[in-house]
Design a protein around this ligand. Structure first.
Ligand code: GRG
Length: 296
């Protein structure tokens, strides 16, 4: 394994930024305002955790960077669309995202709605117009994985459950169901799509699947802790919103200490799933560390 995690991540982030620049419609292409807003929502922001997970999983299965750029972009476009829609007045109604005004504030609500729609469809366009695996059935599997992770049985379903839960006293299993769908499934999809760009056995996939489920849920547990503890400037989005909106979270249900403990257990379970991979899974391990110990 060459170099440390931080330089590995920086190299991938800057290469991926250039790939996104090229994959998104240019700002001068009609309809210009929509394309400018799409670029505003996607470029120059975010931790790019999902793409990094796809790159790390793809390195493990011998995938090419060209293929991984496309798979990672598809997942990141879905993620960016979900943030744009989530910030709109009809959902979370927020004004700050990735340290800048949210898309509907910078443009307008109708444009933000269309930005989300267009990013979502562009994700599937990319997954179908680029050749990502010698075996076409594997590529079809990637399309299906991303569709399920994004739709009513995945992220959108989790969001529906979330909107419905405001002011309610959820049980821990209900909260877990919500977050596995809203946050976890797209994170899991990033790992599996990256792995599918290379050669991966069913046994390896099932281990990566378990790893993905653990880090996906851990990501949200940590997000709940950060929302309650970190400040707005550090997060680049409005802090403390969960409590303000009377939303059930791991912190309100368990308290900060038990929520942190839960994140640690998920972290360990994620690492256990990678035990057979040896050195080739080092980047995935480091990403699990980043997800659980991050400060933003
Ligand atoms: C609108 C269909 C639809 C879904 C919205 C993703 C989402 C579902 C809502 C965003 C609000 C939220 C707190 C979701 C939990 C997932 C999460 C922590 C998203 C933020 O992801 P990061 O931290 O963001 O990876 P960056 O900006 O770094 O990419």
């Amino acid at each position: 394994m060459q170099g440390d995690f931080s330089s590995w991540a920086k190299t991938h982030q800057s290469r991926f930024e250039q790939a996104l620049q090229q994959l998104l419609p240019t700002a001068d292409l009609a309809p210009q305002r929509l394309h400018q807003a799409m670029r505003y929502a996607v470029l120059d922001g975010g931790k790019r955790v999902r793409p990094l997970l796809a790159f790390a999983a793809g390195e493990l299965t011998g995938a090419s960077l060209a293929h991984l750029n496309i798979a990672a972009a598809a997942v990141e476009l879905i993620h960016a669309y979900s943030l744009v829609h989530d910030d709109m007045p009809c959902m979370d109604d927020d004004v700050l995202r990735r340290g800048k005004p949210t898309c509907h504030v910078q443009y307008d609500e109708a444009t933000a709605l269309l930005v989300g729609d267009s990013l979502q469809t562009l994700a599937f366009q990319l997954l179908t117009e680029h050749h990502l695996n010698e075996d076409a059935s594997k590529q079809l599997e990637m399309v299906k994985l991303l569709a399920i992770a994004s739709g009513s049985r995945g992220m959108a379903g989790g969001q529906a459950f979330d909107l419905d839960s405001v002011g309610k006293a959820l049980t821990i299993p209900e909260l877990e169901f919500m977050h596995i769908h809203k946050t976890g499934m797209l994170i899991r999809a990033a790992i599996l799509l990256g792995a599918h760009c290379g050669n991966v056995s069913d046994a390896q996939l099932s281990k990566l699947d378990h790893f993905g489920k653990c880090v996906g849920l851990a990501f949200q547990v940590v997000d709940d802790v950060l929302d309650s503890e970190a400040d707005t400037a550090t997060l680049g989005k409005t802090a403390g919103k969960d409590a303000d909106h009377n939303k059930p979270t791991y912190v309100t249900l368990l308290g900060v200490a038990a929520a942190r403990e839960m994140a640690q257990q998920l972290h360990q379970s994620a690492l256990d799933a990678l035990a057979d991979f040896g050195d080739s899974a080092q980047r995935l391990r480091e990403l699990a560390d980043f997800i659980v110990f991050r400060k933003f």
